[in-house]
Design a protein around this ligand. Structure first.
Ligand code: ZN
Length: 139
């Protein structure tokens, strides 16, 4: 079994900006020359997250609306009192969505639905350059 790590950096706007990183991940899988296995896509940082979604503007907007309901920006967070960075909601959202996903690799390509894209989200309350680690494992 072979393990290949690659990383890239993407600049994202504040408060839930979401970017489609499917093509970047697909390129890493192709470069790794792994034909069958798994790929783990991990966002570094406690206010970033990775998931899959049908990446179209309606759903991207619906997702933001749901996040605001689940962890409202203006709610009281002990984290804000403790650190004064006022991103308690950002941390909670990132924890709920999770920092990584694992996608199967079959015949050298990602196994994804036709309308299923891999997305990186910056939940922080400021613009961030987010580091993404892609780990391909397999033969
Ligand atoms: Zn914080």
């Amino acid at each position: 079994m072979k393990v290949v790590h690659k990383e890239f950096i993407i600049k994202l706007d504040a408060e839930g900006d979401m970017k489609d990183i499917t093509q970047r991940v697909r390129e890493v899988v192709k470069e790794s020359s792994i034909k069958n296995g798994l790929v783990n896509v991990f966002a570094v940082g406690s206010t970033a997250a990775v998931t899959t979604i049908e990446y179209e503007s309606g759903l991207v907007s619906d997702f933001k609306t749901l996040m605001e309901k689940l962890a409202p920006k203006d709610a009281d967070y002990k984290h804000n009192l403790r650190w004064g960075d006022y991103n308690g909601h950002s941390h909670i959202r990132a924890s709920l969505v999770k920092p990584n996903i694992v996608v199967p690799v079959v015949d050298g390509d990602l196994v994804l639905g036709a309308w299923q894209q891999i997305v990186l989200i910056n939940f922080d309350n400021r613009v961030r350059e987010r580091r993404v680690i892609v780990t391909c494992m397999g033969d």
